[in-house]
Design a binder for this molecule. Structure first.
Ligand SMILES: [Zn+2]
Length: 197
């Protein structure tokens, strides 16, 4: 018998302890034996198998022009960057997509002045041509949510010093990024990643 509660679990949500139900699809067990959800979905307790599952709610992974996407900078050249899209419109994608970020139209500045490999960015989908997704961070409210130091890989913090606006607390490098100014960056990043409490 499968008991289907109309209960929706969020990633990280505690479902039961291992003594009650075993960990099935869409769940994991913590070191202290708590079974928690790893996906957004419907909770199912299978009493016969003594197993709890979370059936993922299917999210269409289609990307459309105008979508707000969360991405990671994977490769960087002076005029373009390859982005791994990991979420859209506030939810994480099951299957990551690849997109291209181009330098600001008419700008002679290198893209490396605004982003770096490893950075987490919030971008807007501007066009999709033959499956090639183009994103932009040049409107206000878009840009880098989390800057990663290109020297040591640590997370950088915002500062104001001369022409620099980010600082690495680990290796003390100063650098520049197009940081997001109009959104609460830490909060929106944790919301995206499902870490909001
Ligand atoms: Zn560093």
């Amino acid at each position: 018998m499968i008991e289907e509660k109309q209960q929706i679990a969020l990633p990280g949500e505690k479902l039961c302890v291992l003594e009650e139900f075993l960990s099935g699809k869409g769940t994991k067990v913590s070191a202290d034996g708590v079974v928690f959800a790893t996906v957004v979905g419907r909770v199912k307790f299978d009493r016969k198998k003594r197993e709890v599952q979370v059936e993922a709610i299917k999210e269409p992974d289609n990307i459309a022009v105008g979508d707000v996407v969360l991405g990671e900078i994977k490769e960087l050249q002076s005029k373009s960057a390859v982005i791994k899209i990991i979420g859209k419109n506030g939810r994480l994608l099951k299957h990551h997509r690849t997109a291209v970020l181009l330098t600001k139209l008419g700008s002679k500045e290198s893209l490396g002045h605004h982003v770096s490999v490893g950075d987490i960015i919030l971008a807007k989908v501007t066009s999709i041509i033959s499956g090639l997704i183009n994103v932009s961070i040049w409107e206000p409210g878009f840009g880098v949510l989390q800057a990663i130091c290109d020297n040591c890989g640590a997370t950088m913090t915002s500062v104001k010093k001369d022409k620099y606006n980010v600082y690495c607390p680990k290796c003390r490098k100063f650098d520049t990024r197009k940081m997001i100014i109009h959104r609460g960056s830490e909060k929106s990043l944790s919301n995206w990643l499902g870490l909001a409490t």
